[in-house]
Write a protein that binds this ligand. Structure first.
Ligand SMILES: *Cc1c(COP(=O)(O)O)cnc(C)c1O
Length: 390
């Protein structure tokens, strides 16, 4: 097709992204089986997936989906409020509420959609939303969409959070993640919960990177720290450790009823295919089982092993049990160069840049899975040491 000339400044914007080292492009893979990735006639070891428990390509997943498709076929045909709610959706939501220790839960087509639907349904003009500086884009966008006043505190900074709570107007919602997506560190949830109680605020915790991975039965960091009951809104995704797709909000029955009536990304979107809800129910059982415990122990071991390797080559990382280990390199172009050097040597590790993280804090984001082998992690350490050499 003939290339058309775009109006406005699209060409200039694209050129600017290239010169700033911020250009991004899609690279289709041919095959992906959990750890090994094939494309362009080559093979890589994948250290970039959020499929922490290695369930996405498991035999259990394939069976659960096949069974669901045989029973329910494809799309659900309409939004949940029209004729798109199947018993499988309701059962999954009951199971998720039980898992998170809340009275009710609601599923959405993605974690992003949960935030976009939930926050504007509960907060509006005259209210105040207080976010950690490193909160995910979906939380930031949802806060903006709500029309509430937005306040941001420096990452995990409790004193600043308290000062914002002292001066906030209207209803107050504190928003944080339990494990931060690009840093892998944890929020001080006990202290945040104490502050929100002191000032009568509500608390939303996004457990995208903790659910399935941390806590008893994989119930997340809130369960591990025993603050489940102090969290008003539990947000999570079904696309990371759950290995499939979708998201959920777990809360009181009244909050969920309000979301069913007010959350626009829920109301005006077709219900996820029934077979997904069916498979997610089976995967949730697996995550809560002894097998889930074994997979969580493997992730933990691999994270520790990687952390030791990194500190052996002079890269400090947070002491945490999560599966995300960033190597912060600073300058965008240097991080890109090292990421592509690793790619040449057979490791798929993404370079994370602005606007996902602050300018000048570009990094490699290593994620480990239950499926990696000790040998693969060891090889990563050696290769990384080579690649980081000036
Ligand atoms: C991935 C992610 C989401 C979005 O979840 P999806 O199901 O991928 O849309 C939300 N919050 C955080 C912190 C995430 O990392």
């Amino acid at each position: 097709m003939q290339e058309r000339t775009e109006p406005w400044d699209i060409t200039a914007q694209l050129d600017e992204l290239r010169t700033q080292g911020l250009w991004r492009e899609l690279r289709p893979l041919d095959e992906l089986d959990g750890i090994t990735v094939r494309a362009e006639g080559r093979e890589w070891i994948n250290f970039s997936s959020n499929d922490y428990l290695g369930l996405a390509h498991s035999a259990e997943m394939r069976q659960a989906l096949t069974e669901g498709i045989a029973k329910y076929g494809g799309g659900s045909g309409a939004s949940r409020l029209v004729c798109g709610t199947h018993r499988a959706h309701a059962e999954l939501e009951e199971a998720l509420a039980d898992f998170k220790g809340t009275a009710a839960a609601l599923t959405f087509s993605s974690g992003f959609a949960v935030a976009l639907g939930t926050i504007p349904a509960l907060m509006g003009a005259g209210d105040t939303i207080i976010l950690d500086k490193l909160c995910h884009a979906s939380l930031v966008d949802a806060a903006r969409l709500s029309g509430a006043t937005i306040r941001v505190f420096p990452h995990n900074h409790l004193e600043k959070l308290e000062r914002l709570l002292q001066t906030a107007k209207g209803r107050m919602l504190v928003v944080t993640e339990s494990i931060f997506s690009m840093d892998g560190d944890a929020a001080p949830l006990r202290e945040i919960a104490a502050l929100k109680a002191k000032y009568g605020a509500w608390l939303l915790v996004d457990e995208a990177h903790a659910v399935g991975v941390l806590g008893p039965q994989g119930r997340g960091l809130t369960a591990e720290l025993g603050v489940n009951q102090q969290v008003d809104l539990h947000l999570g995704t079904l696309s990371k450790a759950f290995g499939l797709s979708g998201g959920y909000l777990a809360a009181s029955r009244q909050v969920i009823d309000l979301l069913i009536n007010r959350a626009r990304s829920f109301i005006y979107s077709t219900a996820p295919p029934i077979h997904l809800a069916h498979a997610l129910g089976i995967i949730l059982d697996l995550i809560r089982s002894d097998r889930g415990d074994t997979l969580r122990a493997q992730v933990r071991n691999h994270a520790l092993q990687t952390q030791n390797l990194l500190s052996g080559i002079g890269i400090a990382s947070h002491a945490n049990e999560a599966a995300i280990l960033p190597v912060i390199l600073g300058e965008e172009s240097r991080a890109m160069e090292i990421s592509s050097r690793l790619r040449e040597t057979g490791f798929l590790i993404p370079c994370i840049r602005y606007p996902t993280v602050a300018r000048g804090s570009a990094r490699l984001r290593i994620t480990v899975s239950a499926l990696h082998s000790a040998a693969q992690i060891h090889a990563l350490g050696t290769t990384l040491q080579e690649a980081l050499r000036p």
